[in-house]
Design a protein around this ligand. Structure first.
Ligand code: PMP
Length: 360
């Protein structure tokens, strides 16, 4: 070790899902949307003035903030935007989790939370989900420095009703409660309707999933004006120009097309329900996902084996080699055609295996 290395901040980074060069794969590993974004976005791309790239973007992100506020029928000062919800969440950890008491999030959840907590030196505890992967609200009624969890949760896909969220937010009026709603549009009811009632509640959402814009990196938070002010203070103390002007313009164009959003979200929900039925028929079980993925395990075959077999056949899904979940595959919902290809592959694989075993 070099002498100077003892002064280096050392972190164990988050590992994002693979983004392979090969375009001939069926990519069901990072919860992207299989459909392109609204054609409004295409039009907005054609209107980009390349001469304006000389200029810094609008640091207030006004065009996007306004479009989001209009969509949700709230005020501009209740909206904060950032470079994907990862950026928004990181900023929220930095801003709101500044207590000596531990923050709380479930043991099985989005694996970026502990990375941010470690990076910022935030103490944390991870109450266990129950055996069916649900949160026990009582676990979140202990002394804490803040709370965060996704709803629906990742990677389980399980949605907790708004009454549970409200119960937790109400009880914890002395800390900030962040609900990460990256997957809320695929069947859950957003807690946005609670923000006027609870000024300690922050909702974080993204354009990466239901709005087909993962590549543009657009995320946002919705909460009371005072929370949004604190977030902006932290942002301007870190980097004034977070979002680029192209992302701001394309995001604003995207959110205005409600019809496209409704159509594609419905298709994904229909495909998810079809996939659940097919997977159950070939021996898989899974929590009843309300997200754009299914977290499934097979009754006989280890998840890791299936993960590798699928990958060898150019079908990418996500596998987490972690306690309690290392026998599950997280399968993103693609098009009907993609899901049928995957299901047929699994069917054949499982059949061949059982034929081989019956010969032994
Ligand atoms: N929260 C959860 C629960 C997620 O699964 C993801 C996707 N990895 C994110 C936040 C971040 O998504 P993005 O930065 O693309 O908005």
């Amino acid at each position: 070790m070099n002498k100077w290395e003892k002064n280096v901040r050392k972190v164990v980074p988050y590992v994002p899902g693979e983004q392979p060069d090969n375009i001939n794969i069926i990519k069901l590993n990072t919860n992207e949307n299989p459909y392109p974004p609204s054609e409004n976005v295409l039009k907005a791309i054609s209107e980009i003035d390349y001469n304006n790239l000389r200029l810094y973007p609008d640091p207030t992100c006004n065009i996007l903030v306004k479009a989001i506020a209009e969509y949700y029928n709230i005020s501009d000062n209740q909206v904060f935007t950032g470079i994907g919800s990862d950026d928004v969440l990181a900023m929220a950890f930095l801003t709101f989790f500044n207590s000596d008491k531990p923050i709380l999030f479930p043991d099985i959840t989005y694996s970026f939370y502990d990375v941010w907590a470690e990076l910022f030196g935030i103490p944390y505890l991870t109450p266990e989900l129950d055996n069916n992967f649900f949160i026990n609200p009582e676990d979140y009624k202990k002394e804490n420095g803040g709370i965060i969890f996704p709803n629906p949760n990742a990677p389980t896909g399980l949605y907790q009703p708004l009454s549970t969220i409200e119960d937790i937010v109400k009880y914890n009026s002395d800390v900030i409660v962040i609900i990460d709603e990256a997957y809320i549009d695929f069947g859950g009811e957003s807690a946005i309707k609670l923000i006027d009632k609870y000024d300690n509640l922050l909702i974080v959402q993204t354009f990466s999933k239901s709005r087909s814009m993962a590549g543009m990196r657009i995320g946002f938070a919705i909460g009371s004006p005072i929370l949004i002010k604190y977030l902006n203070d932290a942002k301007y103390s870190f980097n004034s120009y977070t979002m680029n002007q192209t992302a701001l313009n394309l995001g604003a164009a995207c959110i205005k097309d409600k019809a496209h959003f409704n159509k594609t979200v419905k298709k994904i929900i229909d495909t998810r329900e079809m996939t659940k039925k097919q997977l159950a028929k070939i021996g898989f079980s899974f929590p009843d996902s309300m997200a754009n993925f299914i977290f499934a395990r097979h009754k006989d075959i280890p998840a890791k084996e299936l993960f590798l077999a699928l990958k060898q056949n150019n079908i990418f899904v996500r596998y987490f080699d972690k306690p309690r979940i290392n026998n599950f595959l997280r399968i993103t919902i693609g098009t009907d055609e993609e899901m049928n290809t995957m299901i047929n592959f699994l069917k054949n694989y499982i059949n061949k295996l059982s034929v081989r075993q019956s010969l032994i």
